[in-house]
Design a binder for this molecule. Structure first.
Ligand SMILES: Nc1nc2c(c(=O)[nH]1)N[C@H]1C(S)=C(S)[C@@H](COP(=O)(O)O)O[C@H]1N2
Ligand SMILES: [Mo]
Length: 253
């Protein structure tokens, strides 16, 4: 459980006012009336408290009417890699996602196969650490389904998401642990608001890990690698921003 999580939940419940423990930028989230106008009753407070105790708790899901008219694209909005550009031009018809590393059965799954798997759709709020948030509908198979196919070995503890883009000249990547990987709302989204992902939002596939801040939601995912430790991968801290020393690896909300 993170301090941010518990404090944010309490603030949503109207019990505490924003203060010292929050990341800078998060305060702005609480100025949004749709963000605050829930969880008023004692029962809701109880639920909020319970949720703060467990990592398997669900992120709030919203109604279609709550969807943001604009959803800003952040970080990389384009990918320069020539192989990526060719896949984009072909509508990703010959593209596939690789799942490998510490797994019993490395797999390569074409995009059409990901679309044919049982789907989960969820309307959730994306919270960027820079202080903006937006609500959208995301759709794709649960990451758990792919892990059931690839079967992580007992030594595997983290999944590394290798992305196709360079951000300021360095490969973007992220990682999560297996608790988040098997969370019911963790999906590999190929659709946003009912349409295939646009390039700026991470086409053809991005991670949605709804209990974490925006930078964990890797866009342009090309490969998922199961590892025992993030050491030895890029800067060794499990993610682009983590390696830069800007943001924490665990970004629970
Ligand atoms: N591959 C990749 N994934 C990324 C980023 C990026 O620059 N490259 N930026 C992250 C950040 S900081 C945020 S807030 C979200 C933004 O997602 P959006 O462009 O759909 O708003 O993507 C995250 N995933
Ligand atoms: Mo972000």
């Amino acid at each position: 459980m993170s301090l941010i999580l518990s404090r944010r939940r309490l603030i949503r419940a109207g019990v505490a006012s924003a203060g010292g423990l929050l990341l800078p930028g998060c305060d702005r989230l609480f100025e949004n009336p749709t963000f605050r106008g829930t969880l008023e009753s004692a029962e809701d407070l109880h639920r909020a408290t319970q949720r703060a105790l467990g990592r398997d708790a669900l992120a709030r899901e919203y109604r279609e009417a709550d969807m943001s008219p604009q959803f800003r694209a952040n970080g990389s909005r384009e990918v320069a890699d020539p192989a990526y550009r060719q896949h984009l031009a072909q509508g990703f018809a010959n593209w596939s996602l690789r799942v490998d590393g510490l797994v019993e059965r490395p797999i390569a799954v074409p995009l059409h196969a990901l679309r044919d798997l049982p789907q989960r759709a969820q309307i959730t709020r994306h919270d960027c650490v820079e202080g903006w948030s937006a609500i959208a509908r995301w759709q794709g198979p649960r990451l758990a389904l792919l892990l059931d196919m690839a079967r992580p070995r007992p030594e595997a503890r983290y999944l590394v998401f290798h992305c196709a883009d360079l951000y300021h000249g360095k490969p973007y990547y992220e990682s999560i642990d297996l608790v988040d990987a098997f969370h019911p709302q963790t999906i590999l989204a190929w659709a946003m608001n009912g349409k295939p992902l646009e390039e700026a939002h991470g086409a053809p596939l991005r991670l949605r890990v709804e209990r974490q801040l925006g930078y964990k939601h890797a866009k342009f995912v090309a490969r998922i690698e199961a590892v025992a430790s993030p050491q030895g991968i890029h800067g060794g801290r499990g993610g682009y921003w983590e390696d830069n020393g800007d943001y924490a690896w665990y970004a629970g909300i």
